[in-house]
Write a protein that binds this ligand. Structure first.
Ligand code: GDP
Length: 340
């Protein structure tokens, strides 16, 4: 049965509390909710200056996901109708360098936020919803391709293990009676993707080559196959999941996968550079100790239940990122590129 999101719940004077608000998804979500009339609060870390995409009406609070006491305090203060947990260590690669930090910020913090939401709901008698940005990384070297909501959870990275913990915690609180839901997000890209991620690394590098500022780019595992989607679509999925009639877990993916090599090839073609792959070197520094070869999600459930579909295909994502990065590099030169 198709159930449309409960839009009456979505529109109007609701209050959101977003962790990770300064990141790619947090900034798109803040824009989206502000546009729908929500009052939006977000948490950022001391010293995090990345606010350039946040609407001025957003209220920012300082805090750290590893500080449970502060998380409780902020939920008490903000009294949100919905908590969106998008925060944590942003990259899989970094979780190999700081696995304990990943476990705390990406994993354990979810318990503090779920418990905070539960206690607020108990105290006020008003429903508090919780949305977890879960990840395809929970499936690790998945038992099947494509993955769906029943695919066994068996992560192979510290980031994946932390996300798996949070994913289970959501189910635990759901069974206790909290509206707790997970969006199992596959890779999603945009013009705001940080340059530490492979797609942006490629599009900035290709832009620099197109403008004659660079000859070659260096990448890691070209054979990794990922399901690359468009971040604003994924933020739309987050709000649909949070305002649905029932709390549940949903795969959010395009259902189509491409290798990193194909992404690079497509980016060079988008910049009008023939035989671009001859400009790519592989560098062991960008290889991961262990990782899944192919991640591809089956979005049938969210499509049938909440009417969500990806609007932007692979070619279009690559073309938009390359066009954008050519103008950025034209403006800022090599300063726009990541330092390796
Ligand atoms: P994440 O793994 O979801 O955090 O996203 P990334 O964009 O960092 O990586 C996606 C895939 O690209 C992984 O399989 C990486 O191993 C692969 N990859 C290949 N070359 C690179 C590179 O130079 N940088 C990064 N970040 N990833 C790379």
């Amino acid at each position: 049965m198709t159930t449309a999101p409960a839009r009456d719940q979505y529109q109007g004077s609701q209050t959101a509390f977003i962790t990770g608000i300064s990141g790619q998804d947090g900034s798109y979500l803040a824009e989206h909710l502000v546009g729908a009339g929500w009052s939006v609060h977000g948490m950022i870390r001391d010293g995090d200056e990345a606010r350039q995409h946040l609407p001025g009406v957003v209220t920012i609070h300082n805090g750290d996901l590893t500080d449970a006491r502060r998380l409780f305090q902020l939920i008490d203060e903000v009294q949100p109708d919905a908590v969106f947990n998008l925060g944590g260590m942003s990259s899989v690669a970094r979780s190999w360098q700081e696995p304990y930090e990943a476990a705390l910020a990406t994993g354990a913090a979810s318990i503090a936020l779920l418990e905070g939401a539960w206690l607020l709901q108990q105290r006020t008698g008003r429903e508090v919803r919780y949305l977890q940005a879960s990840s395809a990384e929970i499936f690790g070297n998945a038992a099947e391709v494509p993955q769906n909501e029943s695919t066994p959870i068996r992560p192979v990275t510290p980031y994946g293990a932390a996300k798996a913990f949070a994913h289970h915690a959501v189910r635990t609180y759901r069974s206790r009676g909290l509206f707790a839901a997970s969006a199992i997000l596959y890779n999603h890209e945009s013009l705001r993707r940080p340059p530490t991620f492979v797609t942006r690394r490629i599009t900035l590098g290709v832009a620099a080559i197109a403008l004659g500022l660079k000859d070659r780019i260096r990448l890691g595992n070209l054979n990794a196959v990922r399901d690359f989607g468009w971040a604003p679509d994924y933020v739309d999925a987050l709000t649909r999941i949070t305002t649905a009639h029932q709390p549940d877990d949903f795969i959010v993916a395009t259902g189509v996968s491409h290798s990193v090599k194909e992404f690079a090839q497509c980016a060079f073609a988008a910049a009008g550079i023939p035989d671009g792959l001859s400009r790519v070197d592989t560098d062991p520094r960008f290889h991961r100790p262990v990782e899944a070869l192919e991640m591809r999600g089956d979005p049938s459930k969210i499509s049938a239940t909440l009417g969500w579909t990806a609007t932007t295909d692979f070619q279009r994502i690559v073309q938009m990122m390359v066009d954008h990065d050519i103008s950025i590099v034209r403006q800022h030169g090599l300063a726009a590129l990541p330092t390796d």
